[in-house]
Design a binder for this molecule. Structure first.
Ligand SMILES: *Cc1c(COP(=O)(O)O)cnc(C)c1O
Length: 350
């Protein structure tokens, strides 16, 4: 496999510990009559910065610095891995970080994020939120309803707030999923090509949890650009397949416009499975927690209930259904998320 030298990457910061390992899960694979299951350990991109967001932020933050920004504003759920990664990277780079967080527990009642300021009344800091506070990010927590209806307004509000202080804010969308962030997973495909060569495998599928679409956009685009003949299959953790088709397309359109790419590769294929969402974003059924416990005990691999546990559970069900019966090898991209498990510890019984 030849990496296309014509792909011209924009500037990026070297922040992640790369390359991450590709490892086989042999005890698990032996329990199924199916393909050998491999895991791309993107949970090992760093310790506290663990996960997929750091690959995207390598490009996003290079752009923010190039524009002379000294402040980062981004948003996500109260246990957002992306917000935690942004908070820690801000501290590492000496940038101010403001997080606009969505309270998952709240109903429609108005919580008033500004009034609640540090959000301590809303949620006892745990998991990712604990690390957000520890890295001294400014935090505003809003009710689900307020977050959904006023998101652009909130970005605008805080952006102006910092402008009034003489600061310049860079606005990062949910999950750093846009035309810039997706470069991180376009480049990850280069790494995968090297991994597959070394392991002497030709996996038919690359699976991962899809949440804001950027990882899927990057991997799908990366496979097409680098001519890696493997089907990327995103397992949705929140919205349905039609939503993700639109979102991935929007991110790729943005990429094409921003970087003036004349044409999209003809072999681009975006595939999403939405059979395993369960009750909703950040809510998993008992079968997901059972999978998390099983894989931790059997393989020493830790999954989380919001993303990787759900997607991994989906992958195992698909194996049982014979979905991969033509395959010798499949790859699961472990996108991190461990801190989110701590925040849901009460769902685990021992
Ligand atoms: C954000 C996230 C995902 C989903 O990635 P997207 O690019 O947002 O689709 C998957 N797993 C974990 C652990 C994440 O934090």
């Amino acid at each position: 496999m030849i990496v296309d030298p014509a792909i011209h990457y924009p500037d990026s910061l070297a922040l992640a510990q790369l390359p991450t390992p590709l490892q086989p899960l042999d005890r698990l694979s032996a329990q199924f009559s199916g393909p050998r299951i491999w895991v791309k350990r993107d949970d090992l991109t760093d310790c506290a910065l663990s996960g997929n967001k750091i690959r995207k932020l390598e490009f996003t933050l290079a752009r923010a610095l190039a524009q002379g920004c000294d402040t980062l504003i981004t948003c996500g759920g109260v246990q957002s891995n992306h917000c935690r990664a942004t908070a820690i990277l801000g501290a590492r780079l000496g940038l101010k970080v403001h997080l606009i967080l969505r309270d998952e527990e709240s109903g429609d009642e108005e919580l008033g994020g500004e009034k609640r300021g540090d959000g301590r009344q809303a949620t006892v800091p745990d998991g990712n939120l604990l690390l957000d506070y520890l890295s001294a990010a400014e935090i505003s927590i809003y009710s689900k309803a307020e977050f959904q209806t006023r998101q652009n307004e909130l970005f605008e509000h805080w952006s102006q707030h910092y402008a009034a202080q003489g600061r310049k804010a860079y606005l990062i969308p949910t999950g750093a999923s846009d035309g810039t962030g997706i470069w991180g997973y376009v480049r990850c495909v280069e790494e995968l090509i090297g991994d597959f060569k070394q392991a002497e495998i030709q996996p038919t599928h690359i699976l991962h949890a899809t949440g804001s679409g950027g990882t899927q956009a990057g991997l799908s685009l990366g496979c097409a650009l680098h001519r890696l003949d493997a089907q990327v299959l995103g397992i949705a953790v929140c919205d349905n397949a039609a939503y993700f088709q639109r979102k991935v397309k929007a991110d790729i359109d943005h990429w094409q416009r921003r970087y003036e790419i004349p044409a999209l590769p003809a072999n681009l294929s975006v595939k999403v499975n939405d059979d395993f969402i369960g009750p909703g974003y950040s809510q998993a059924g008992p079968e997901v927690f059972a999978t998390i416990k099983k894989i931790a005990a059997l393989e020493g691999l830790l999954l989380d209930p919001v993303y990787t546990g759900k997607a991994f559970h989906g992958m195992l069900r698909l194996i049982e259904q014979g979905y991969f019966k033509q395959s010798n090898d499949i790859v699961f991209v472990h996108t991190g998320g461990l801190f989110g498990l701590f925040a849901q510890r009460q769902q685990l019984s021992f």
